[in-house]
Design a protein around this ligand. Structure first.
Ligand code: HEC
Ligand code: HEC
Ligand code: HEC
Ligand code: HEC
Ligand code: HEC
Ligand code: HEC
Ligand code: HEC
Ligand code: HEC
Length: 453
């Protein structure tokens, strides 16, 4: 019996070695960089390329037969990470992107395959079959390689906060900028550079968002800071205004079809229990280094900041909404709701462009800056800009109303009549006015000229 097992093992190893030879010996010439990186990975001690890419492709010309891996490929050996990833928000990124109504107006490399814009970051999410069918080649389906990149697949790399930086930066979610210039990020970097430094003295992204190596990333407030419900009446009124401008609630405050997307994409926490459960996990992490009261004060302040920011945003939305109600703004073709914050930069008027900035850039920075202990982002890039934007929106709305009023007053006199009157007076002026004066001025000259003759 023993020798059968031994023989099987020998066959297995010969088989593995053959596969390795086959793929690697050719790829050492074709893609030497990939082979080098793969050899640096821990997994290369155990198996070869064909485990993830299959063995159908064997020659210089049939490489389109090579399978492009998805998280399903990794699941076979890493079920824990796979399941956590699927429960967390990263796996939903592709669906969330495609749920935006403005996505349909963008050219393919920006939103679909090509991965140059929205899809360049949102490719971290799982893609449904029907989307993959549209792809010419299923690149960008790896997802897991977002943090431990191919083909080194290193845990150490994924544990470095810089692994998050390409996506969590910039316009609407500058977590990298906020963290790296906060005290937490600054200490982490200084300690990392010191000969006997201890970077773990201060938390990095993974400390707070992937504790104990969990791949289930999720926050209490989420990207848009829109929990449901809210006890505070005034705050709830403002939230309803915002949810209406997102097309999630209709004019009567009833959920629309977009509310289903919110639910499916886990965009907002829909019960107090759900919110508190996630919040308490974060609090527990802070309390490893800070006192209970210190932490409570921090979170209370940030929740309060969201309340204040919502007040400003709701005021701006109401201003723009009233322009629609008064008929000064017309609902653009193809829009189901107006104003519609989910149209992003597809907004058709300058006043709505400013509203979009207020929503996606300034309000984001206000509360994200608070949570990430960055006073500058919270205040100057966030709050101060919200105040400025609100002033501009109100001034612009007044101007638009005044212009509309003027246009109404001028309306009874038909444009044609006004035009005729204008040209007539111009003609009259043309003959009797300047020409006559010049004529008169020239008279003495003419007289002298004639006399000399
Ligand atoms: C005789 C040479 C040869 C052998 C053997 C070989 N490949 Fe390739 N492979 C290529 C070439 C050539 C390409 C195309 C590279 C390019 O376009 O730069 C390629 C491309 C690939 C790609 C990328 C496919 C794409 O669409 O971009 C994968 C994945 C791949 N090979 C995996 C494997 C695996 C796994 C094996 C072993 C089962 C293997 N290769 C064996 C030559 C080979
Ligand atoms: C056939 C099983 C198998 C498959 C499929 C597989 N892995 Fe692994 N993986 C392993 C084994 C075994 C190790 C442990 C290697 C060691 O420690 O020597 C490992 C280790 C890792 C590590 C830790 C490396 C480190 O630096 O400690 C990462 C990250 C990883 N795999 C990611 C992936 C990803 C991503 C995929 C899918 C694209 C994947 N694995 C597919 C078996 C597999
Ligand atoms: C390839 C891009 C990419 C990388 C790299 C990346 N993320 Fe993300 N992350 C996203 C996207 C896109 C979302 C939004 C997903 C959704 O909800 O639709 C997201 C969501 C999150 C959320 C959830 C926020 C919420 O709504 O509750 C957290 C937390 C998070 N990421 C942390 C991290 C950390 C920590 C790292 C690094 C270890 C990281 N991410 C690396 C793209 C990325
Ligand atoms: C630089 C990378 C990047 C680009 C480009 C990008 N996103 Fe994101 N997106 C993210 C990250 C990271 C998050 C999560 C941020 C957070 O929670 O603070 C996110 C969050 C979202 C969410 C919210 C998901 C949720 O559940 O809360 C939507 C919707 C979204 N993005 C759509 C888009 C669309 C549409 C585009 C293009 C117009 C786009 N994104 C471009 C990285 C990106
Ligand atoms: C642990 C799984 C795994 C193994 C083993 C593996 N790859 Fe890959 N490979 C991936 C993933 C994940 C991607 C990215 C898929 C995507 O586009 O999202 C990829 C993409 C590729 C690509 C196309 C993308 C590019 O950067 O050009 C080539 C070529 C490739 N692999 C070659 C190889 C070769 C050669 C080997 C062996 C030396 C190998 N792979 C081993 C997981 C693996
Ligand atoms: C947002 C970034 C990110 C993504 C996406 C990601 N990982 Fe990880 N991964 C990490 C981090 C960080 C660690 C280190 C966790 C720790 O030990 O604290 C890790 C560790 C691992 C390990 C090593 C576990 C151990 O303890 O040795 C494996 C295996 C792994 N990941 C597989 C996967 C698989 C499979 C996927 C896709 C389903 C994936 N990862 C997606 C960040 C990520
Ligand atoms: C000290 C812990 C801590 C560190 C370090 C940290 N975060 Fe956060 N992060 C939080 C807290 C707390 C929240 C808000 C939780 C809530 O909603 O109650 C948050 C929220 C988020 C969100 C959701 C949107 C937002 O900004 O409010 C994302 C995405 C995110 N963090 C990514 C990152 C990334 C990427 C890094 C590293 C560059 C990072 N975080 C560093 C604690 C941290
Ligand atoms: C691993 C330890 C550690 C963890 C975990 C941690 N912090 Fe810190 N934090 C520090 C250190 C060290 C400082 C710098 C203290 C100083 O300024 O002297 C700091 C500073 C701060 C500051 C700046 C205020 C000040 O005193 O200057 C705030 C706010 C803060 N932390 C909040 C949090 C919150 C909220 C969490 C959880 C989401 C958290 N911290 C998690 C170690 C930690």
């Amino acid at each position: 019996m023993k020798w059968v097992l031994s023989l099987l093992l020998v066959f297995l190893f010969v088989g593995l070695a053959y596969a390795e030879d086959e793929c690697i010996s050719c790829h050492e010439k074709v893609t030497p960089g990939i082979v080098k990186q793969w050899k640096e990975s821990k997994m290369s001690k155990h198996f070869s390329c064909d485990t993830c890419h299959g063995s159908s492709h064997k020659t210089m010309n049939d490489y389109e037969k090579a399978k492009i891996p998805t998280p399903e490929t990794c699941k076979a050996c890493h079920p824990t990470q796979y399941e956590q990833f699927m429960k967390g928000k990263h796996s939903l990124a592709w669906i969330a992107m495609n749920a935006m109504p403005m996505v349909t107006h963008q050219p393919t490399p920006i939103v679909g395959e090509g991965f140059k814009g929205c899809s360049g970051c949102h490719k971290i999410g799982i893609k449904p079959e029907e989307d993959l069918k549209k792809f010419k080649r299923e690149y960008g389906t790896g997802s897991c390689d977002s943090c431990h990149t191919r083909h080194k697949f290193s845990k150490e790399e994924a544990l470095d906060p810089r692994a998050c930086q390409t996506c969590h930066m910039g316009f609407d979610h500058p977590q990298w900028e906020m963290w790296s210039t906060s005290k937490h990020g600054t200490i982490w970097q200084i300690e990392k550079d010191l000969p006997n430094g201890d970077p773990n003295r201060a938390p990095k992204c993974q400390t707070c968002h992937m504790p104990n190596g969990t791949h289930e990333v999720i926050t209490a407030w989420g990207f848009l800071a829109l929990r449901v419900p809210e006890d505070d009446k005034e705050w709830w009124n403002d939230r309803v205004t915002i949810l209406q401008a997102l097309g999630v609630l209709d004019e009567n405050g009833k959920p629309t079809e977009r509310f289903d997307v919110v639910k499916m994409g886990k965009v907002a926490r829909l019960s107090k229990e759900e919110f508190e459960k996630i919040r308490s996990q974060y609090v527990a992490i802070c309390e490893q280094c800070h006192s209970k009261d210190f932490v409570k004060q921090h979170f209370d302040s940030c929740d309060q900041i969201i309340r204040e920011a919502d007040r400003l945003l709701a005021e701006a939305i109401r201003e723009v909404k009233s322009l629609y109600d008064e008929g000064i703004l017309k609902k653009p073709e193809g829009w189901k709701y107006a104003p519609d914050l989910l149209q992003f930069y597809e907004a058709a008027t300058p006043i709505e462009q400013e509203l979009y900035m207020m929503f996606l850039e300034y309000r984001m920075r206000t509360f994200q800056g608070c949570f990430h202990a960055n006073p500058d982002y919270m205040h100057w890039y966030g709050w101060a800009e919200m105040k400025r934007a609100l002033t501009e929106i109100k001034t612009e709305a007044e101007k638009m109303r005044a212009e509309a009023k003027l246009a109404k007053m001028e309306k009874p006199v038909s444009e044609k009549v006004t035009k005729e009157i204008k040209t007539e007076t111009q003609q009259k002026k043309g003959i009797c006015g300047p020409t006559a004066l010049i004529g008169l001025a020239l008279l003495p000259l003419a007289y002298r000229f004639l006399r000399r003759k």
